[in-house]
Write a protein that binds this ligand. Structure first.
Ligand code: ZN
Length: 147
């Protein structure tokens, strides 16, 4: 299986079986994102503990397969991380989609990098970039908002 096929499989899998879907218990941060270009919507719920650790994260959303897969991948990779590290990964991802070809964050394992890289194909489709980045921008908002 070549890399393109593998990436497609990962996106299809997350699009069909989104991880962390729903409203997580005891969330204390949330934010909404909207992509009018495609009609995608996402609502992220985050439970941040006293040590700035993301104890739990979940989402609800509607829209295209890319937007759902992206939110699912995001929550999957981010759960259990601290907020500071998460913001770095978000920045890294947004740069990846814009120009770079690789993630430079060193706190991700190979599986997580492969999963995130599966979204990098949208670079070839400018109309889909917002679908892939919406959830990540939304998490950025949720973490930076004052609690
Ligand atoms: Zn979309």
């Amino acid at each position: 299986m070549d890399l393109k096929e593998l990436y497609k499989e990962i996106i299809l899998d997350h699009g069909k079986n989104p991880r962390n879907y729903g409203i997580c218990q005891d969330f204390n941060r949330d934010a909404k994102g909207h992509n009018p270009l495609c009609g995608d919507k996402v609502h992220l719920y985050v439970k941040l503990n006293n040590h700035d650790l993301i104890d739990n994260i979940s989402f609800e959303g509607e829209g295209c397969a890319i937007s759902l897969a992206s939110a699912s991948i995001l929550t999957d990779v981010i759960k259990g991380r601290d907020a500071k590290n998460t913001l770095l990964i978000i920045d890294d991802f947004l740069n990846l989609i814009k120009e770079k070809s690789k993630m430079k964050t060193n706190s991700l394992n190979d599986d997580q990098i492969t999963t995130i890289m599966s979204l990098s194909g949208v670079k070839e489709f400018p109309m889909r970039v917002k679908c892939a980045t919406m959830a990540w921008h939304t998490l950025n908002q949720a973490l930076k908002a004052k609690s």
